[in-house]
Design a protein around this ligand. Structure first.
Ligand code: UD1
Ligand code: UDP
Length: 367
């Protein structure tokens, strides 16, 4: 019996790891131990509730306005203790958060094999996104198994001379999406937006805190004021720094609703009803193409070039005027909008968890 320890700690990791945990738990030859670091609290618990996952261990590390030092040091120490206690055969981590990095590093120090889900994403700018680009590159260096979502991600690893145990599996983000979006979905906030072009907004990246965030919000405000047929819903991240800036710039607008983070089922359905999405999120860039929803990515770089190539995503940076003009163009240029609003599946077919579980259960042979 192979003992698999799964460690994650933030909302996006949970959204992408819960479908995999459900699949792994079906396998008779595997013993699954779930550990959450609690890097996020409320936003993590929301997801665990939706997927009905009760963790075996919870480090509960979150602090208000936590620093990278707080997160890294605490998780490194606590993962070490857990590995000593339960002696797993393999530790599975996901993506690029500091939970991912610290848990992988602890496993490496303890000589336990690491399996990296969503491996191989790169911007090749170590400062953007910060610190995620460092986290994922560091985790690639110490992982034994690399579950790459796309061909491009695999090629990135190969170019870095990581040659063994790379598996193209698709992204587990799409697994969840195939069950959450419903045709007859209704919600009071969507009723409020009925008859208008609905814009969904999210923002939280560390490198965007401060001036870049202000520029994004000012651009959005200008557009909303100029276009009476547009309404925006902004399920705001719980980071107090984001909240302060958003309240200051967007807080008093009738056609902008700032609401608490949505449960993932609701968020997916809100996206499905949206005209356009403005975000600096990573996961949303993967989900939007399969829903055929144009996304203006308010970042300087992206590690998800597949969505750009598919035409659904446009990288607009964080400059106020750039965001303003790109946003405006998509409201008035119907042809451009139609070109972006085509659905495609560059990130998988919804069966990634099955593929990863098969590989972990039946052994690791190169694909
Ligand atoms: C983290 C990840 C980022 C990921 C993002 C997803 C790192 C360094 N950053 O960034 O890669 O894209 O999660 O959202 O790993 N907070 C709460 N409740 C919550 C969650 C956050 O109150 O449920 C507040 C706390 O004050 C916390 C702050 O938000 O200190 C920032 O959280 P943190 O995890 O450090 O950074 P994120 O921006 O969420
Ligand atoms: N999401 C959610 N509720 C919200 C906003 C986003 O469930 O109110 C989901 C979204 O569908 C995606 C994930 O959260 O799956 C993205 O998380 P986030 O933007 O926090 O992190 P990132 O992907 O940038 O790491």
């Amino acid at each position: 019996m192979k003992k698999v320890l799964v460690v994650f700690g933030t909302r996006p990791e949970a959204i992408k790891m819960c479908p995999l945990i459900i699949e792994l738990k079906k396998r008779r030859n595997l013993e699954i131990v779930v550990c959450v670091t609690g890097q996020h609290r409320q936003m993590l618990d929301q997801v665990l509730n939706v997927f009905n996952i009760i963790p075996d261990y919870d480090f509960s590390i979150m602090k208000n306005k936590q620093t990278l030092f707080d997160i890294t040091c605490t998780i490194l120490e606590k993962t070490k203790e857990l590995i000593e206690k339960i002696t797993p055969d393999i530790v599975l981590v996901h993506g690029d958060t500091t939970t991912t990095f610290a848990a992988a590093l602890a496993s490496f120090y303890k000589n336990v094999e690491v399996g990296h889900v969503e491996a191989g994403l790169r911007t090749y700018d170590i400062n953007s996104p910060f610190p995620e680009e460092f986290n994922r590159r560091a985790v690639s260096l110490i992982s034994k198994y690399h579950f790459a979502p796309t061909e491009q991600a695999r090629n990135n690893l190969l170019n870095e001379k990581i040659n063994n145990n790379i598996y193209i599996t698709g992204n587990t983000a799409i697994d969840a999406l195939s069950t959450t979006v419903r045709k007859n979905y209704v919600h009071e906030h969507l009723e409020w937006a009925k008859g208008s072009k609905l814009i969904m907004i999210t923002a939280h990246r560390r490198e965007n805190l401060g001036e870049p965030l202000k520029q994004m919000f000012r651009a959005i405000k200008r557009i909303i004021l100029e276009h009476p047929d547009v309404k925006a819903i902004y399920p705001i991240h719980m980071n107090p720094i984001v909240r302060e800036t958003a309240r200051e710039i967007l807080g008093n607008e009738d056609r902008i609703k700032i609401i608490e983070p949505l449960e993932v089922i609701d968020f997916h359905n809100f996206m499905n009803h949206a005209y356009l999405i403005l975000t600096d999120s990573g996961g949303i860039q993967e989900e939007a193409p399969s829903l055929g929803k144009p996304v203006l990515v308010m970042r300087e770089t992206t590690e998800r070039p597949e969505g750009i190539k598919a035409g659904t995503l446009k990288l607009v940076g964080t400059d106020e005027d750039n965001i303003y003009y790109s946003f405006k163009e998509l409201l008035i240029n119907k042809k451009l909008y139609a070109e972006m609003a085509k659905s495609s599946n560059p990130y998988g077919d919804g069966k990634s968890s099955q593929r990863i579980a098969d590989i972990i259960e039946h052994g690791f042979t190169d694909i």
